[in-house]
Design a protein around this ligand. Structure first.
Ligand code: PEP
Ligand code: MN
Length: 352
């Protein structure tokens, strides 16, 4: 039997649709937690998120306030009657989170990349009834993600959901992380009941994209959203650019949910494929940009060492190279040839 079918899909039904988790990237101080929890629109937001231990790119950056932040969260939970969600990344984090009886625990993208980490977390959570959300790994490896889910199921952890937070693909992309909607929606196709939330904040990296990503997620049938929200986003100690004010969150949700932008399903499918094409086109342009930089550098070296710009035998080699790739993908060789003629023309232009 497929292990994933063992998941208890029903936990999500205890929440309104869509499940909205909101709150700051990081808990910073007690006042900030109280201010944001008070301001969140409770008719939408059922769960407060806040990072307590922050996985940062470089040491010396703000790495979270640690256990004392949980005391603030617990106070805020009692005062404002809201559930809590935090990230756990080690077995010590799990022990502390369980001690404070935090409602929802999520496993971050950097942890999902590492099977040892997931296994350690899973062992510590064994038999828990807590809701465990698992973010996608940084790299586009759906099996690694689902493998993480299986590691939880093997320890009888069954209240599970996925969080789609985007993938690191190419260097220059519009969003901080690329959504790769189609890849994620294939999981939903195979396991229609498996709860999947979208985290538009970490996909976007910039607050101006939160609305469009959230709208897509809801239209594509996601079960909820996790959105970073802060009373003073510009002053946030982590992820300042992508956090939004609570009233902006309400506006976004009003627009998406009340005005029923949600449309007929065939239009959503059309939109899904159109969105996928836009994602692909952006990658093509980004790769062409990188290609042209290499062409320019080749031009400099050729000039310095007096090498001919056009080398016939190199061109023939390339043609063979493209032909092989076309065969692999079963794609029309003439079509690809035509595209590369244009690319080579430009490449020669930037070498001169
Ligand atoms: C976060 O939610 O603040 C976070 C660190 O997310 P991710 O694991 O997606 O980078
Ligand atoms: Mn963050």
């Amino acid at each position: 039997m497929d292990l994933l079918n063992k998941i208890n899909f029903n936990w999500i039904k205890k929440f309104s649709y869509p499940l909205i988790i909101a709150g700051p990237c990081s808990a910073e101080n007690k006042q900030q937690i109280f201010d944001i929890t008070k301001e969140l629109n409770k008719s939408y937001v059922e769960v407060l998120r806040a990072g307590i231990w922050k996985p940062r790119t470089k040491p010396g950056m703000f790495e979270g306030v640690g256990e004392k932040g949980l005391k603030w969260l617990i106070e805020a939970k009692k005062k404002f009657n809201i559930l809590l969600a935090i990230e756990i990344a080690t077995k010590e984090h799990v022990k502390i989170a369980l001690k404070y009886d935090i409602d929802i625990l999520w496993i971050g993208a950097r942890s999902t990349c590492n099977p040892f980490t997931i296994q350690e977390i899973s062992n510590e959570l064994k038999d828990t009834n807590k809701i465990i959300l698992i973010k996608n790994p940084l790299n586009l490896d759906i099996n690694l993600w689902l493998g993480g889910v299986e590691r939880l199921i093997n320890n009888n952890i069954l209240n599970i959901g996925l969080i789609h937070r985007g993938f690191t693909l190419y260097k220059n992309s519009k969003y901080r992380n690329q959504p790769c909607w189609l890849d994620v929606l294939n999981i939903k196709k195979k396991y229609p009941k498996l709860p999947i939330l979208c985290d538009p904040s970490h996909i976007a990296g910039d607050r101006k994209y939160i609305y469009e990503i959230s709208k897509n997620a809801i239209n594509f049938g996601y079960d909820g959203l996790m959105i970073e929200t802060h009373v003073n986003p510009d002053k946030a100690l982590s992820d300042a650019n992508q956090q939004i004010k609570p009233n902006f969150l309400t506006d976004i949700l009003n627009k998406i949910l009340l005005k029923k932008i949600i449309t007929k399903s065939y239009l959503n499918d059309l939109n899904l494929y159109r969105t996928n094409i836009l994602e692909i086109d952006e990658n093509i342009i980004s790769l062409l940009h990188n290609r042209l930089i290499s062409s320019k550098n080749i031009g400099k070296i050729k000039k310095k060492y007096n090498i001919e710009i056009i080398q016939k035998e190199k061109m023939l080699e390339l043609k063979k190279y493209y032909k092989n790739i076309c065969e692999k993908f079963n794609i029309d060789q003439n079509f690809i040839q035509t595209i590369f003629e244009l690319i080579h023309k430009k490449s020669i232009e930037v070498q001169i």
